[in-house]
Design a protein around this ligand. Structure first.
Ligand SMILES: Cc1cc2nc3c(=O)[nH]c(=O)nc-3n(C[C@H](O)[C@H](O)[C@H](O)COP(=O)(O)OP(=O)(O)OC[C@H]3O[C@@H](n4cnc5c(N)ncnc54)[C@H](O)[C@@H]3O)c2cc1C
Length: 358
């Protein structure tokens, strides 16, 4: 049975590790951070909202396919086990500006696989909104989903080692049994800037306000000139209000003026964030805030890196499969990219050329 080392225990590394196990491999995870750790700015996955609302357009149909595949996998997971921290929920997308022509803009592509997809009628559009859509999406309760993935991995005999590695080869010296591993999957997110010196990876900072509002059952997004507002209810009853997307901003601390803006725009779009008796006044001070947060999306110029490589260690060539750079879409593309990474691992073990890409 081939032994594969996965570096990284974010949603990408964990999903890939599970798919590798299911393909019959022995898998060990090496990671600096693991699910359940106190949140820290270097570990993106625990910060995410998250919803499954693809941002793919015709310019990146590969991402569309990964997202669509992941939506299918998560849908089956919910149907098989409704107790999972994943739920189907109604979603509304509002867009400022004219509706794009053609059928491969972001909203049109959502219509290719989301159940109950329909365009909003003019009478349903709030002021300043030119078009929009309603459909069923999937909401991911990330603080519970990551431990679920880890438990699933361990239940199939998966082993984890906590270690920070300066480069990929060092993962093989974390523990004696890793020295003879057959391949490595590299899923360090933003960490790829150090482990492989990939400066095409950069943070896109997102700030959030998390409120208690268990009566909210669906999310909304509004996109426009300088406006990026969204609400993501979690199965726990918390609702994530976003957002922001600031490239190359490493600030780990929520900024008060942005917090205030997020609350104001969130409440304007989704007045039901307040309990009924406080709705008419519409005061942001009445939001029941449970957490202020900021996370760094691991964005990559050129998109997700899914590529085979190799390293030489002790005279031995070892295949390395990169799977990182998932930006703001690591949850919603996780199962699709995991499947692709397994395909690259198996190709590499079978002698496929180095630098094969998917
Ligand atoms: C505010 C916000 C909202 C978001 N909303 C959504 C959403 O709605 N939908 C969605 O799909 N996505 C969303 N995302 C994006 C999503 O969170 C990321 O794409 C995803 O978490 C990236 O996962 P990852 O596994 O690649 O990276 P990470 O979660 O950062 O994991 C990296 C792993 O590699 C390890 N590592 C790194 N360097 C080293 C090293 N040198 N040695 C050992 N281990 C190392 C880390 O410890 C960690 O275990 C959001 C992100 C943010 C910040």
């Amino acid at each position: 049975m081939p032994h594969i080392v996965v570096i990284g225990a974010g949603v990408v590394g964990l999903s890939t590790a599970i798919r590798l196990q299911e393909a019959g491999h022995k898998v060990t995870i090496v990671a600096r951070d693991l699910p359940g750790d106190p949140k820290n700015i270097k570990y993106t996955s625990p910060w995410a909202g998250a919803h499954h609302v693809s941002v793919a357009t015709g310019a990146d149909m590969r991402l569309h396919e990964f997202d669509k595949e992941t939506f299918g996998v998560m849908s089956e997971m919910i149907k098989a086990d409704p107790s999972l921290p994943l739920i189907f929920a109604p979603q509304i997308e509002y867009r400022e500006g004219p509706r794009p022509e053609g059928d491969t803009d972001q909203v049109s592509l959502l219509g290719r696989y989301h159940p109950d997809f329909r365009r909003l009628e003019p009478s349903e559009l709030p002021e300043e909104i030119q078009h929009g859509a309603a459909f069923t999406c999937i909401l991911i309760d990330t603080p519970h989903y990551l431990p679920y993935l880890l438990k699933r991995f361990k239940s199939k005999g998966g082993v984890t080692h906590r270690a920070t590695v300066p480069d990929i080869a060092s993962a093989l010296s974390v523990s004696p049994e890793l020295a003879l591993a057959d391949a490595i999957v590299h899923s360090t997110g933003l960490g790829a800037r150090e482990t492989v010196g990939d400066k095409d990876v950069f943070p896109t900072r997102g700030q959030l306000v998390i409120v208690r509002a268990p009566w909210i059952k669906g999310g909304k997004t509004r996109l426009g000139q300088g406006v990026y507002t969204y609400t993501i209810p979690r199965k726990s009853g918390d609702v994530v209000i976003g957002g922001s997307a600031d490239a190359n901003d490493w600030d780990p601390t929520p900024r008060p003026e942005l917090t205030e803006k997020i609350k104001r725009l969130g409440l304007a779009m989704h007045p039901e964030l307040l309990p009924p008796e406080k709705r008419a006044a519409g005061r942001i001070e009445d939001l029941d805030v449970v957490e202020l947060a900021a996370g760094l999306r691991p964005t990559r110029k050129g998109g997700i890196r899914l590529e085979s490589d190799e390293i030489a260690v002790g005279g031995r060539k070892i295949p390395v499969i990169h799977n990182y750079g998932h930006g703001g879409y690591g949850y919603q593309s996780s199962w699709g990219t995991a499947r692709a990474a397994v395909q690259l691992v198996e190709g590499a073990l079978a002698g496929a050329p180095v630098h094969s890409k998917l």
